[in-house]
Design a protein around this ligand. Structure first.
Ligand code: G3H
Ligand code: 13P
Ligand code: ZN
Length: 328
């Protein structure tokens, strides 16, 4: 059945596990995630960005997710808007059946520059008031995402500016987080603790801790009833990069967030873990392999089904690692 984000995250908090939130744009991604959820008996968060809504269209997204609900009637599913840039974007998502929305007021509506704190409180509170009246959950974001290795803001998502930032600028402030939640009443809060979007997170293979786990602990201690969200949580599996390169792809050396650090976050209040890049890499690796190995293949189902299998494998691994498996 379709459920709200709040229901799933409350259950996750009571039972001490985390939920991956996978981005979806097409049938193959929805099928891959649902196959993994079915295999591991996991509840599911499917999320669509503005780009996904433009690519697939709201009606196709809604009906694909309806297809998932009909095919797997026992699995709880959330349909979440990822990175809503302004209140009207969130409202149109709600009209189109989303059971949860992210109002990302950490950026201005153009998605390019960092917003004032007061603006963020204002737009987020506006969305919460309306969404809660309709039984829809809201995720807010406070802070500037960026890597603590390169000290650079997250450019792909529009966060931050050119040049380097200080460590404090790249971490969500504890007092401000408490004030933000009190003023907006968000159900979940995305925090900046060293993650960034996309495949290029870290230039060196992580040896020690790459995230600010201590900041997660401090925020969780201050606002224990707020579910924390980690964006930019792809682990960028080296074997997928190797497969892409083996079959003609050209990707630079790069490393993602170690799964162990996400597990550490989950011990301290992280309940929603956003993953998009890892599924993109899995799909790309499988398609490249089939096309390279079988040069006469031209039935898209042949390479797309290998893509589904590769994405399912990643999803199963995350459901198991985050403790989601067995919770549906
Ligand atoms: O936060 C970004 C997600 O990975 C979605 O990416 O905007 O290219 O769909 P997108
Ligand atoms: P990744 O790019 O690390 O997969 O992050 C996705 C994300 O945060 C979507 O909101
Ligand atoms: Zn994100």
């Amino acid at each position: 059945p379709l459920v709200s984000l709040r229901q799933l995250l409350d259950h996750a908090a009571e039972n001490g596990y985390g939920l991956p939130a996978f981005n979806v744009n097409n049938l193959e991604q929805v099928r891959a995630i649902m196959a993994a959820a079915d295999e591991t008996k996991s509840p599911v968060i499917l999320q669509a960005s503005a780009g996904a809504r433009k690519y697939a269209g709201d009606a196709f997204l809604r009906h694909m997710i309806q297809g998932a609900i009909e095919t797997y009637p026992t699995i709880p599913i959330v349909m979440h808007l990822d990175h809503g840039a302004a209140p009207p974007v969130c409202f149109s998502a709600i009209e189109n059946g989303f059971t949860s929305v992210m109002m990302d007021g950490s950026l201005q509506a153009d998605g390019k520059s960092v917003a004032d704190y007061e603006y963020n409180v204002d737009v987020t509170r506006t969305v919460v008031e309306s969404a809660h009246a309709q039984g829809v959950s809201v995720e807010g974001e406070l802070g500037v995402l960026g890597s603590l290795e390169t000290m650079k803001g997250d450019k792909e998502d529009g966060h931050g500016a050119e040049g380097t930032m200080t460590r404090e600028q790249l971490l969500t402030d504890v007092d401000q987080a408490a004030d933000f939640v009190a003023k907006t009443q968000v159900d979940a809060l995305a925090i900046a603790i060293g993650t960034s979007h996309g495949a290029y997170k870290f230039t060196k293979r992580p040896t020690g801790e790459v995230l600010a786990i201590s900041r997660i602990k401090e925020i969780h201690a201050r606002i224990p009833n707020t579910h924390l969200v980690m964006h930019g949580s792809s682990s960028v599996p080296q074997e997928l990069l190797a497969e892409i390169r083996q079959y003609g792809g050209e990707l630079k050396e790069t490393y993602g967030v170690p799964v162990e650090e996400i597990q550490e976050g989950i011990k301290h209040g992280v309940r929603k873990v956003n993953i998009d890049t890892d599924l993109r890499l899995a799909m790309t690796a499988a398609i490249r392999r089939v096309m390279f190995v079988n040069k006469g293949e031209f039935d898209p189902r042949k390479y797309l089904s290998e893509g589904i299998k590769a994405m399912t494998k990643v999803c199963v691994a995350r459901f198991e690692a985050f403790g989601t498996a067995g919770q549906a």
